[in-house]
Design a protein around this ligand. Structure first.
Ligand code: PLP
Length: 423
């Protein structure tokens, strides 16, 4: 179906066919949900061995796991985090269940006290953050809550548009950081190219001294294919540029083991970690070391993590294949939309014709399929072109994904044809 070349009569025929299909779906009174970027019960069950795995043995790393203390996490847990992030164990701390919480804390400390413990962002006027978009709504929510102005940056297939990023940073010392999801980004699934990683590592040479890249590597081991794309090691590039303090890294086992009961990691220069831990020590006496030990027993090293992730891929891949199959069948050689075909992560990103994302989301909702709200993938919830829709196929059952996608593609077609007829 090509809208641009269709006659009015052709468009009217399509519209009538699509309306009939759409109302047939409506009559089924479905209640489906394609919004939730969380693991399915089948994936969670892959880690059920965590329960009781310590068998009453609470000693590890010369520590009584049950007691207070150990702010930076167990040493073997820091080592595991370091292997995952490609860092030295002294550059990693292991914490509680959520990397988002760590990011939030790092942002709060930077705002209140400064990422270097000296130059607090709150003492400056015009504090801004770069937000490559489409991106992760919860990153944007943190900035919004702190009153940090967000600047949308184009996200290309290779990562943020670095010409744009560099010229913005060069021109404005009020820019204090940038959100990055460098591997299988939420929602596009793009993997930053080696050149992009290098240029991000070099930003510390032109940015304000209290500028920090928030490198959220949430999907670092979440490959869906065998020959997964490699991500360059940003800390190595920072060392080459002498900018080790300009990047804070985060990841977690949320989508490796139990999403609500995993272990989060923060990686940074020793200097940055010391500043962070000084503040963290006011908020907590230490993390859940029992849970860290449970994880180490099940996943002692990165090889074990990777083997475990293959089991996740076996569950996830058919769902992604289903989404992509529907999109290809409905829209290949059409002018109705574009989408990403990620090699990992949790999402597929779809762009409608300009101005249609909100209409498609509403049509889908009225036919019983909940989609992520239009605009959610942009700062302030405002997609300038009203095009982007995040598809999250991990949680529903495969047959539900199949039905959701049949309805979704019908909604996209119907919205596109009606828009063309109205114009
Ligand atoms: C990019 C990104 N970062 C962080 C998170 C949340 O991580 P955690 O569970 O470790 O807080 C998510 C969850 O969807 C995510 O997509």
């Amino acid at each position: 179906m090509r809208i641009e070349q269709a006659s009015r009569a052709q468009l009217e025929t399509w519209r009538d066919e699509l309306r009939a299909q759409y109302s047939a779906y409506q009559q089924r009174k479905l209640a489906l949900d394609l919004t939730r970027g969380k693991p399915s019960a089948e994936q969670l069950a892959l880690s059920d061995a965590l329960d009781g795995i310590l068998q009453g043995n609470y000693a590890l790393d010369n520590t009584d796991l049950r007691n207070y203390g150990g702010l930076e996490g167990l040493n073997p847990a820091r080592k595991l985090g370091a292997e995952i992030l490609g860092l030295d164990p002294a550059e990693v701390i292991a914490g509680g269940n959520s990397s988002l919480t760590m990011m939030y804390q790092a942002m709060q400390y930077a705002w209140m006290l400064g990422p270097d413990g000296k130059n607090a962002w709150r003492h400056e006027s015009g504090v801004k953050f770069l937000c490559p978009s489409p991106g992760y709504d919860r990153h944007f929510a943190i900035c919004e809550q702190l009153g940090i102005e967000m600047i949308t940056v184009r996200l290309t297939d290779n990562g943020p548009d670095m010409d744009q990023v560099e010229s913005l940073v060069r021109a404005d010392q009020g820019i204090k950081g940038m959100w990055c999801v460098p591997k299988y980004g939420n929602p596009t699934g793009c993997v930053y190219s080696t050149e992009t990683v290098d240029r991000i590592a070099a930003l510390g040479k032109i940015a304000a001294p209290n500028f920090r890249v928030f490198w959220d590597n949430a999907y670092v081991v979440h490959d869906l294919v065998d020959n997964a794309p490699a991500l360059a090691n940003i800390m190595e590039r920072c060392r080459a540029h002498g900018t080790e303090n300009s990047v804070l890294q985060f990841t977690s086992t949320s989508k490796i083991t139990h999403a609500g009961a995993g272990v989060a990691f923060m990686g940074a220069s020793k200097e940055n970690l010391a500043v962070f831990c000084k503040q963290l020590g006011i908020a907590t006496i230490g993390p859940d070391k029992v849970n860290q030990a449970r994880h180490l027993k099940m996943l002692p090293d990165v090889a074990a993590v990777k083997a475990h992730m293959q089991k996740h891929a076996a569950v996830l891949k058919p769902r992604f294949d289903c989404v992509l199959q529907h999109l290809r069948e409905a829209f290949a050689d059409s002018d109705l939309g574009e989408w990403t075909e990620p090699a990992g992560g949790y999402f597929v990103s779809f762009n409608t014709r300009p101005g249609l994302a909100a209409t498609v989301v509403k049509l889908a909702a009225d036919a019983g399929v909940k989609l992520t709200p239009a605009g959610a993938t942009f700062p302030y919830g405002k997609d300038p072109e009203n095009r982007n829709i995040r598809l999250a196929p991990s949680f529903p059952k495969l047959e539900e994904v199949d039905l959701c996608m049949a309805i979704f593609t019908t909604c996209v077609k119907l919205a596109s044809v009606e828009q063309a007829l109205a114009s």
